[in-house]
Design a protein around this ligand. Sequence first.
Ligand code: SAH
Length: 216
Amino acid sequence: MDNSASLLSDGLDRLGLSVAPEVQARLLAYTSELLRWNEKVSLTAITRPEEVVDKHLLDSLSVVPEVKDAGTLLDLGAGAGLPGIPLAAVLPALRVTLVDAVAKKVAFMKTGAVKAGVADRVRAVHRRAEGAPEVEGLPRADCVIARAFMDTGPFLQLARHYLTEGGRVVVMLGQMPAAEALEAHAAAAGLSLLSARTLALPLSGDPRGVAVFRSP
Ligand code: SAH
């Protein structure tokens, strides 16, 4: 037995998130399935239980404050479904589209969404996102997000095409750049910087940044 359940519960407390025990159990069922598939399909380099909880689940859930008011979320380059599947699990009104260019990852995302108990609100699409939602059959969303997908500048250039009117792009960062750099990326994409904050992951203390952009 590993101690993932207590690590997750402690980490959620430290993020200030109240998550029902059954939802926590589903999050762990999702990561168990992820590690099971990972033996055959390369999905993650992170396999230690503490790291899976911290760097996958808690990292994904660290952006709940930025995402919680959205009705629809588009997760580009979602890989194994991160951050979109954990976000769907804790935000019961959120409808999520996960997109990845690799078919095997999309196959896992479909199974992962079932394990996380969110298959009714989460769609996984095998597509290369290139900025033409209508042609690609991808939806626009209130919130466009990605993790470990592209550098901020190119990501904003791509993500802006998928925004609904008044929608926002949420950028998950390892290191928080200077505000001027974020403003410059925003301006180049025809967006404006709405907010930026830093945080530390609850278990490892690793630094993270979250920046939000919208149409000016
Ligand atoms: N977001 C996940 C995966 C990051 S790896 C996580 O944080 O763990 C980046 C993923 O983006 C890969 O799975 C790759 O297949 C996918 N990808 C790269 N370019 C893409 C594109 N243009 N459209 C859709 N997926 C893309």
